[in-house]
Design a protein around this ligand. Structure first.
Ligand SMILES: CC(C)(COP(=O)(O)OP(=O)(O)OC[C@H]1O[C@@H](n2cnc3c(N)ncnc32)[C@H](O)[C@@H]1OP(=O)(O)O)[C@@H](O)C(=O)NCCC(=O)NCCS
Length: 167
């Protein structure tokens, strides 16, 4: 994500339909988006683009727990009109390749609402394994919801699926 993407990112982040049914609602000002963009300790966001350059969503990674634990978590959202075309799966494969190639991390994790079948299918197709349920772990639309935790370990990833070690 480049600085010029911040207005679009902030616009998406304030639209409930971009987060979908299974994410907490969020308000993010341009200033907050800029802070996230500039701080290496906050989430790092990538814009998901079609090959023709159309921007269709975002995928993020961020550190969980203490940075020394080197656990990374990812999250993603696409605009509604671009869902169901395989882009979420491809973006997640790219992100997993990128993180294992560029960061000295042993595991990448993701959390998802138990009802979010599309997200769980992405994670399974990319090689994540379901680890368990965090009970009542996030507050969403007026109630506490469980979250499934998925992860992929470096040894399960083995080698890049889309990126290469030399490119
Ligand atoms: C989750 C999300 C990123 C999926 O991206 P996508 O590009 O639509 O997913 P893909 O097209 O790569 O499809 C992945 C799999 O999910 C399935 N799927 C897609 N939409 C689905 C739906 N609404 N219900 C059930 N399965 C669905 C696809 O069939 C595919 O599985 P298959 O290969 O076995 O057929 C997208 O739906 C989204 O942005 N949702 C709102 C935000 C969100 O929930 N983010 C995840 C938070 S954990």
């Amino acid at each position: 994500m480049e600085k010029e993407d911040l207005p679009l990112f902030a616009e998406w982040a304030n639209k409930p339909e971009v987060w979908g049914e299974y994410n907490p609602l969020l308000q993010m000002s341009r200033t907050e988006a800029e802070k996230m963009f500039e701080s290496p300790h906050e989430a790092k966001a990538f814009i998901v683009e079609r090959k023709d350059g159309t921007k269709i969503g975002f995928i993020t990674h961020f550190c969980v727990l203490h940075p020394a634990g080197r656990q990374l978590e990812i999250g993603y959202s696409l605009v509604p009109s671009e869902r169901g075309k395989g882009c979420g799966t491809e973006a997640t494969k790219l992100m997993v390749d990128y993180l294992f190639l560029s960061k000295d991390t042993m595991r990448i994790q993701a959390q998802t609402d138990p009802r979010n079948v599309a997200s769980q299918r992405i994670l399974e197709k990319v090689g994540f394994k379901k680890e368990g349920t965090l009970r009542k772990s996030f507050f969403m639309r007026g109630e506490w919801r469980d979250a499934y935790v998925y992860s992929i370990l470096r040894e399960e990833w083995k080698e890049p699926k889309i990126l290469t070690k030399t490119a």
